[in-house]
Design a protein around this ligand. Sequence first.
Ligand code: MRU
Length: 347
Amino acid sequence: MVETLYWENGRIFLIDQRLLPGTVTYVSCDSARTVAEAIRSMVIRGAPAIGVAAAYGVALEALRGQARPPEDFAAALGAGLDILAQSRPTAVNLFWALERMRQVWQALGSAGPKEIARHLLQEAHAIRFEDIQINRALGEHGAALIPDGASVMTHCNAGALATAGHGTALGVLRSAVAGGKSLSVIATETRPLLQGARLTAWELVQEGIPVTLITDSMAGSLMRAGDIDAVIVGADRVAANGDVVNKIGTYGHAVLAVRHHLPFYVACPLSTIDLSLAKGEDVPIEERDGDEVRGFGDCRWAAEGALVRNPAFDLTPAELVTALITEKGVVDNRQLTGGQLRDFVAG
Ligand code: MRU
């Protein structure tokens, strides 16, 4: 499997996901500003991957300012954290990682810039390493839920490319296959940016896991025909009541899954659960440029003059989600009572 991101010679290299699957190339970043731009423009995307990249953005900002006087260093590092926080609004992993980096900085008190930069780089490496371990753990928990021989539908890309490695939703499927199960995957293309067609299908083909690509609007018909046994997706943010915010289209697939009595699983690390928000409606939903809907790349197909909406994410109410699959285990999400998710995260 190709690396989503790697550290070399004082820079972070991010696989350019805008060009996949046709071209495999890496964008190198050397500052918080360049990492923030890579996140904003979706060189790198997927909630956990954005968090890991942002952590490196903070470390890079510290490293490039480490020869400055402490006050200048602190001002530049604070500005770097702010720039990164403004790159994308919905995936909470970004803010989780920035907060973790800020706490490392604060805990170092009066340490000098060099010392702070060294610790921040160590922390970014730790966040990346832990992300892979977490995905392997949640993969093991989730694999137990997937029956041998199942046809499993997934939406968007919650694979290795959306994380530091292994993936969340695809991590569950990878772990199931590694454990000896035979399964096939239905990947929705995921309009408008086609993360399913370009990224999920590519990851699975590379690994020899059978994958069938469909347009987003085919899901209901395939479910009705009995061609899908379960649905599994990732998440960008889960509120304290279990509401899930994920790639636009997820809600429709969840409604269809309930209609057809299919389990609808959400695989995510605990860092995606935002206990500070009571419900999914409180999550900021990114509205992206309408040109992403009008066409793709240089090709424009939409009628000139039509208004366009382009919310990048939607909200799936907790009662439609059969279970959340995390590194700590599986939570039945449909009948969450007050504080249950909070107790699970804290316990
Ligand atoms: O806009 P994207 O590509 O960053 O959106 C990604 C998704 O919605 C994924 O499904 C989600 O982040 C889960 S990734 C493990």
